[in-house]
Design a binder for this molecule. Structure first.
Ligand SMILES: C[S@@+](CC[C@H](N)C(=O)[O-])C[C@H]1O[C@@H](n2cnc3c(N)ncnc32)[C@H](O)[C@@H]1O
Ligand SMILES: [Zn+2]
Length: 310
């Protein structure tokens, strides 16, 4: 199957990262190498390390980047970005990109189990390792399921869905996306089923975030990605969910914070100065043209920060 994923906010991201031809860059979410290829194209003596934890993405990115000797592709979780950087003996880097979430390829590939539109094994693992969505759905308590559905899916019918899952798995554990999608649809009141797209959309998103530990990975990666930047280097993050965006916004606010002395102090005694400055004040969102062409771009938000000092 051909790897189909249209990069979101491509020009905006390249502009925010301000690619230097001799710079060193890490793309932590290579996917189909949409962003990576454009970064690599701008390098002369520079280097690009394109990282993904999905073996399919690694294969696709390797092929797409094979014409760029400046680029190397690595299968790794971006939560280990600092260890990876150290193992490659890279200098402090000029830019890091994280374009979060799933690729269109992962969603379109039925047997990966990300989509409620196809009937396939309930998997959803980007890395193809560890706990599957079936393990979550069959193994979590109703309370844990409610937390996941509420927190990661903002699903207002979380308790009804969790109870329906609990009931159904008593007779037979869930095996496929179709079985789960049907159970979720039946658990949602008929009047509400007509609102906001497919009734299982929010629950599937929530399970995917849980299965892949997406928020934990982001929390672990933000500080480490910032820490490996050279002064003047930039970290750009594209989020697709308000929880992700809030985490990025908060982390960046922390890096840009200067003196923390109480306002009544006549002079600063903390000596703290900002470690970074924002490249994007408000998050950058898709242009009207991109919104029209790419559905995924609707929830995309780009934030970028520049490191001032270590
Ligand atoms: C939105 S896609 C990136 C698309 C890419 N920028 C492009 O234009 O082709 C996100 C990619 O990040 C990968 N990914 C998500 N979480 C990851 C993690 N913690 N470590 C490494 N890769 C991750 C996914 O497997 C997926 O391929
Ligand atoms: Zn101070």
């Amino acid at each position: 199957m051909e790897f189909s994923h249209r990069p979101v906010l491509l020009n905006e991201t390249l502009e925010a990262l301000r690619i230097r031809p001799e710079g060193v860059y890490i793309d932590g979410t290579a996917g189909g190498a949409g962003h990576s290829a454009e970064i690599a194209r701008r390098l002369t003596t520079g280097r690009l390390i394109a990282v993904d934890k999905d073996p399919d993405a690694v294969a696709a990115a390797s092929e797409r980047l094979s014409c760029f000797p400046q680029a190397a592709v690595v299968r790794e979780d971006f939560r280990n970005i600092r260890a990876l950087w150290a193992s490659l003996s890279l200098p402090p880097v000029d830019g890091v990109l994280l374009d979060l979430g799933v690729s269109s390829h992962q969603l379109d590939c039925a047997e990966r189990g990300f989509s409620y539109r196809n009937d396939a094994p309930l998997d959803m693992r980007m890395s193809r390792q560890g706990m599957t969505a079936a393990d979550v759905v069959n193994g979590y308590s109703a309370g844990e399921l409610i937390r996941v559905l509420r927190e990661y899916g903002e699903e207002r019918f979380a308790p009804r869905i969790a109870r329906a899952i609990e009931e159904r798995r008593k007779t037979k554990p869930f095996e496929t996306t179709g079985e789960l999608a049907e159970t979720i649809r039946d658990a949602i009141p008929a009047a509400a089923r007509r609102e906001g797209g497919h009734p299982a959309k929010r629950s599937f998103q929530a399970l995917r975030i849980e299965v892949n530990g997406e928020l934990d990975a982001l929390a672990a990666a933000l500080e480490d990605a910032f820490s490996i930047l050279a002064p003047g280097g930039r970290l750009a993050v594209i989020t697709f969910h308000s929880l992700e965006d809030r985490m990025v916004k908060k982390a960046f606010a922390e890096y840009t914070k200067g003196c923390i002395c109480p306002p009544e102090f006549p002079v600063c005694v903390c000596g703290r100065t900002p470690r970074g400055k924002l490249v994007t004040g408000k998050p950058v969102t898709a242009s009207p043209e991109e919104l029209e062409e790419n559905r995924r771009s609707h929830s995309a938000k780009l934030r970028c920060i520049e490191k001032l000092k270590d």
